[in-house]
Design a protein around this ligand. Sequence first.
Ligand code: AG3
Length: 277
Amino acid sequence: MDLWVTEMWTPIMALSCKTKKTIHQEKSEYQEIAVVETEQFGRMLLLDGVIQTTVEDEFIYHEMIAHVPLFAHKNPRNVLVIGGGDGGAIRETVKHPSVDKAVLVEIDERVVEVSKQYLPEISCALDHEKVEVVIDDGIKYVKENKNQFDVVIIDSTDPVGPAEGLFSSDFYRSVYECLREDGIMVAQAESPFFDRKFIRKILSNIGSSFPLTRLYTSFVPTYPGGYWGFALGSKKYDPVEADPARFDKIDTRFYTPEIHKASFVLPKYVSEYLYEK
Ligand code: AG3
């Protein structure tokens, strides 16, 4: 019998992947967690039926969410990842020699545990000596830790359920305050094709605290439209400028200094709905 896993991208279209087997399924305090083995992308993590990451394409998203803000910053030492319990963004973060400490704040302990057990390629840095894993609400954590971080990476789920508050102006204000005076934040920002109004809103919410806001984009085959947005807020540095000298020391599969620059170049329809009128 053929078994397929399907995520509804919109009420009228979906992505389906043929699966070999279900590896794990449970209901945690916050959500339904599943790991399935797909034919195309290897193991896949789903939360409430929404694809979070897969072993085959995760490198693109995790490299882009981590290295763009980390290279835009001149000397990132303390980094906070909110969400991202699978550990992919943290794995990329600790590749930077300048980083002394990376804190992961994930609300659902089970996501961390399930990822450690079934997705070792992604979660492998969660036990790294520079990493501290805190099981807590990210909104509360940023309010309690002011002026501590150089870079904050918000690797959330879609803006429904537990992640909703992670897209509000109030939350971005607290993120601004938990960053040092030259800090940078980035938030995963949904699909530039399907979520146009929402992306506008995210950028304007970030812009109510940060002097510099930019959208950059990349290709993630398993996310809606295969094309994904990242919304960045910076206190001081222009994020388009990366420091290529530091790049030699870091091993990546997708990110390069050229990709960094290019990712801020937006298709005309995207800049039109973002920046015009
Ligand atoms: N964070 C972004 C998930 C958004 C995917 N949305 C969707 N498939 N509709 C994923 C966590 C990866 N560390």
